[in-house]
Design a protein around this ligand. Structure first.
Ligand code: CP3
Length: 358
């Protein structure tokens, strides 16, 4: 469903299906949004960003609003996600880093010892005025459709800071976690403070749900997660409880961690494509909604495959107390936006039919 202008984003009447599903309440249809829906796969995004660095773009309120809304003009998704990046708050407190095109975050002086921690001072609202301004403007533009705020999880942020850039195996990060628990805990404590503040700032500006992207935490074992990561995530989620907004917790390759991620305190646990949703229901403690979990690569296959896989995920998702349809990780850059538009409509009509609504 392609729409031309922002005003074509239809206001929702009553409570949003996305928020209802996060709260495990009955929904007229399964709500859907896509991780990384704002950005790289959209031609209009490339035009809006042309000649501008990623971090520079993340500091311009009008551009943040525009890029956040772009996917909503193409897809009838049930939520918008703020255009930003997990390293924006680190940059805002003065860490010298950049996002290299096609590579990801690169940190000039990686964290090596306790003296490096001083570079991670607490984040205050004045550090990110552009986030507050953009989120406020978006809430008005969205006319009741929820805005999702987000931040990076402490392990994932630590990985960029310790490795100095993207890593497949996170060896140095884990060496620090195994070898120097006091420094590790001090580092994750500071990162959790920054992440918590960044999420609180977005909620104060009107975000009606938050997602913690601990994308790379699937590289640790359950015992290590429980000992070295969970307490920091739990503090973030516990501190957010007072805001009343749904809290989503996502990581990749976290099949063995789903139960512990549930324990960390989010309302919704994100599941990647490796664990079917009905199996994820058995792994996550009761009282949680699930989000996921179509393999983003499925969208590159012919439509009949996309359709069959989406129906399968929807069917399995019915075993959950609440289900927010999503991909198992972010939209791949080469994804055809028309396929996402079609998928969004399929999720809505199929789930409404199954719920007896159509
Ligand atoms: O979901 C959305 O559409 C909102 C925007 C968003 C971005 N990054 C914009 C972005 C979100 C939610 C993120 C989160 C993020 N950033 C994560 C967690 C999600 C995940 O994918 O696991 C991580 C690990 C990062 C760090 C990061 N930023 C990487 C690894 C990269 C390079 C790879 C890539 O995605 O192209 C970035 C850059 C980045 N962040 C881009 C966008 C749109 C591409 C920059 C460009 O267009 O030049």
């Amino acid at each position: 469903m392609a729409c031309e202008t922002i005003t074509d984003v239809t206001p929702l009447e009553g409570e949003s299906p996305f928020l209802l599903a996060c709260r495990r309440k009955p929904v007229p249809y399964t709500p859907v949004w896509y991780m990384r829906q704002a950005g790289r796969s959209l031609p209009e995004y490339r035009i809006a960003r042309s000649g501008m660095g990623m971090l520079e773009a993340c500091q311009q309120p009008e551009l943040i609003v525009e890029i956040t809304l772009q996917p909503l003009r193409r897809y009838d998704v049930d939520a918008a996600i703020l255009f930003s990046d997990i390293v924006v708050p680190l940059k805002a407190v003065g860490v010298s880093l950049d996002i290299s095109p096609g590579i990801g975050p690169v940190v000039e002086n990686p964290i090596r010892d306790a003296s490096d921690l001083q570079r991670l001072r607490p984040l205050v609202p004045d550090d990110v005025p552009y986030v507050t301004e953009a989120a406020r403007a978006l809430v008005t533009e969205l006319g009741g459709r929820p805005l999702i705020g987000f931040a990076g999880g402490p392990f994932t942020l630590a990985s960029y800071l310790v490795e100095g850039g993207p890593s497949k195996t996170h060896d140095r990060t884990k060496a620090l976690m195994y070898g120097d628990p006091p420094l590790w805990n001090a580092l994750l404590g500071r990162l959790a403070d920054i992440t918590l503040a960044f999420l609180q700032i977005q909620v104060a500006a009107g975000a009606s749900a938050v997602q913690l992207f601990d994308s790379w935490v699937g590289s640790v074992s359950p015992d290590d997660y429980r000992r070295s990561v969970l307490p920091h995530c739990k503090r973030i989620f516990d501190s957010l409880a007072a805001t009343g907004v749904p809290r989503i917790h996502f990581g990749v390759g976290t099949g063995e961690l789903l139960s512990l991620m549930g324990e960390a305190g989010a309302d919704v646990v994100g599941v990647d494509w490796r664990v079917p949703l009905d199996e994820a229901v058995r792994r996550v403690p009761p009282g949680k909604a699930l989000q996921g979990n179509l393999d983003p690569a499925v969208l590159l296959a012919p439509w009949n495959v996309v359709e069959a896989r989406a129906r399968d995920a929807l069917g399995r998702g019915r075993a959950a107390e609440g289900h927010v349809f999503n991909l198992g990780h972010g939209v791949l850059p080469e994804t055809d936006p028309d396929v996402l538009a079609r998928l969004t409509d399929l999720v809505h009509t199929e789930s409404a039919r199954a719920a007896g609504g159509i």
